[in-house]
Design a protein around this ligand. Structure first.
Ligand code: SF4
Ligand code: SF4
Length: 344
């Protein structure tokens, strides 16, 4: 038996998505990093620690996710993790493409880091490497196996697109064999390279999947994988008209921090200079208006304003011009767990 629930936005905990570098060894076709908007630098360790400190009050209820680019390319990542642990962050995760540079598995311990979260975008080498680059499949799998064998908890992120939705089902047995604890299914957003591809007239096909493709596949496969004892989380992309819509930018406490000091509250805004906050002299201060916080206030029948602005092709209208469904906040998640996992 599994239990499925919508994970409401938590008003009590804070999530910091901390991009400590924008540099990466890969060039995935859907990469959301946009150097024009996010900069091209590694942060100095002294800046990382100062920024962590500026967010660390009541830190036991704060979840910290180190990201990049590829965060393990940053030679000071172990020191940053240890510093965050001393500051008392509630959970610490490193999102990685699996290359695990600078011997990261030997320079932090499972006691210091809650999760390594690996990105893989295909159940087969052929599909994953077409999206993420030659050799990335074998390297990522070897990285997962090494992390599991060293006692780290691991999760896997699979970004669903038109290129790989057909292989989602094959991930079930594969995840079990790898010994992964959690599976995150992500929806592709039109940001960074995927936005360029979408707007490029010569591109063969867009990366986004349709509503029916998503609904036919993701909940069913999520259920199947949860039956194996692996917890599954995916965004609740589509809401019926009678379901309540909330914008995380108004009701939740998420910060997407970039090395150039920009701090966004909504990931869909990251392709534009509309961040609502900025880190200046290690202090978090409001950014100039207009910015994303003005968009969050807008109430529209389609649900998420940023979806309507940047990916309106996800919407559908009836003959009277009314939206047939709402697009939920990309931060609203469905979680499926096997019952005996509850409380672990
Ligand atoms: S998606 Fe991640 S691994 Fe791929 S190029 Fe971008 S930062 Fe690197
Ligand atoms: S994705 Fe939409 S609903 Fe969610 S925070 Fe951004 S603007 Fe708000």
């Amino acid at each position: 038996m599994t239990q499925k629930r919508t994970v409401a936005f938590s008003r009590k905990s804070t999530n910091l998505f901390f991009h400590i570098t924008t540099q990466c060894n890969l060039a995935c076709q859907h990469c959301y990093i946009n150097p024009e908007q996010h900069g091209t630098n590694h942060l100095l360790l002294s800046t990382i620690t100062a920024w962590l400190e500026s967010f660390s009050r009541n830190s036991d209820s704060k979840n910290l996710i180190f990201l990049g680019g590829e965060p393990t390319l940053h030679p000071d990542l172990p020191a940053a993790i240890k510093h965050a642990r001393k500051l008392g962050f509630g959970s610490i995760t490193v999102d990685t493409n699996g290359y695990l540079f600078h011997d990261i598995l030997f320079n932090v311990t499972p006691g210091e880091l809650d999760f390594f979260s690996f990105s893989l975008d295909g159940a087969t080498r052929e599909t994953n490497d077409r999206i993420r680059g030659m050799g990335s499949y074998d390297t990522c799998i070897a990285g997962i196996r090494k992390a599991v064998s060293r006692g780290f908890s691991t999760s896997l992120i699979y970004t669903v697109s038109s290129e790989n939705i057909h292989e989602l089902e094959k991930m079930a047995a594969f995840l079990q064999d790898l010994g992964v604890d959690k599976f995150f299914i992500q929806v592709i957003g039109l940001r960074g390279r995927s936005a360029i591809r979408e707007h490029n007239a010569s591109a063969s096909k867009g990366l986004q999947v349709s509503r029916s493709q998503w609904l036919d596949s993701v909940p069913r496969v999520g259920q199947m994988i949860a039956e194996l004892g692996i917890s599954v989380t995916y965004p609740k992309v589509f809401l019926n008209q009678d379901e309540e819509f909330e914008c995380a930018g108004l009701v939740a406490d998420n910060y997407f921090i970039f090395p150039n000091g920009r701090v966004y509250r909504c990931p869909l805004c990251e392709d534009f200079p509309i961040h609502s906050m900025v880190l200046e002299e290690n202090q978090l201060i409001p950014a100039a208006k207009l910015n994303e916080s003005d968009f969050f206030q807008l109430k529209i029948p389609e649900g998420c304003v940023m979806n309507k602005l940047i990916q309106p092709q996800n919407l559908s209208y009836d003959t009277q011009g009314k939206p047939e469904y709402k697009i939920g906040c990309c931060l609203l998640k469905e979680e499926i767990v096997k019952n005996e996992l509850k409380g672990r």
